[in-house]
Every structure is written in C-alpha cells, then in structure tokens.
Design a protein around this ligand. Structure first.
Ligand code: ZN
Length: 142
C-alpha cells in the first residue's frame, strides 16, 4: 500500500487517527434543583485533537426533528380542527394538516434513504481511507 500522491508507504488508517485523538470522559457531580434538593449529574465530555476532527467518520442524519414535527401534525388537527368542525376554517385546517403530513413524511423518507445509501457509502469509504504521514494526502491507497 502506497500513497497515491507521493508514493510513501507510511500511511495511517483514518479510523485509527480518529480513535487515537478522541477522548471521552464522564464526570459525576451534584447540582442543586430550584426547590433546594440536590441531584446527581453525569457529564459526558468529548475532546478531540485537530487530526481526529479532520479524520472523523461521516455523520448520520437524524429524523428526531421531523418526528417531533410529525407529532405536532397529529396534535394540530385535534387541537385546532375539531373545534372548527363543519366550518370553512375546519376544512382549511384539515387541508393544511394533510399537506404538512406529506411534507414531513417526504422528509423522513428522504433522510432514511440518505442514511441507507449515501451514509453507508461514505462510511465504507472512510473505513478504507488512509492519511499519508509524509504529504498528508487522504484517500484509498493503491
Ligand atoms: Zn503521500
């Protein structure tokens, strides 16, 4: 295996660079609540070197925000549509709710598809990528 840029065989796998430069620490402590009671608090800290940050694996996209919006969609017709039942505003509310559902489900399926295809490809590429220790080039060695 040699660097495609300079021909050096002094290469380090990106996943190894990332692992070596990432430290996760957990600290326990106490905090005071508003009512004066003490509660134990666990704090998770992640510290990374610059090399680890640049060698980070690809990140998955999250659908949490869209799931929350979908939940709001479920509440929307119940909260606003039912009192307006039978009126013109009720129909408008129903149409808005349907359009909102289509938008949210389109986004959720788009994010899921991205995670299944693009993310999987990027993760595979990252797992087989190296950084050259001579010239710094990143890529799949030849
Ligand atoms: Zn090189």
């Amino acid at each position: 295996m040699t660097c495609g840029n300079c021909g050096s065989d002094n290469l380090t796998r990106l996943s190894l660079l990332w692992e070596r430069g990432t430290a996760v620490t957990t600290s326990a402590g106490f905090a005071m609540t508003a009512s004066g009671q003490s509660a134990s608090v666990l704090t998770r800290n992640v510290s990374q070197t610059h090399a680890a940050v640049s060698a980070s694996p690809p990140k998955k996209k999250h659908i949490v925000v869209w799931m929350i919006l979908w939940f709001v969609y479920v509440l929307f017709p119940v909260l606003f549509g039912l009192p307006l039942r039978g009126s013109r505003e009720g129909v408008t509310c129903f149409v808005i709710a349907i359009l909102f559902q289509v938008l949210v489900w389109t986004q959720i399926s788009r994010v899921n598809k991205w995670n299944r295809t693009t993310y999987a490809e990027r993760l595979e590429a990252w797992q087989s990528s190296y950084q050259c220790n001579r010239c710094g080039a990143v890529g799949v060695p030849s």
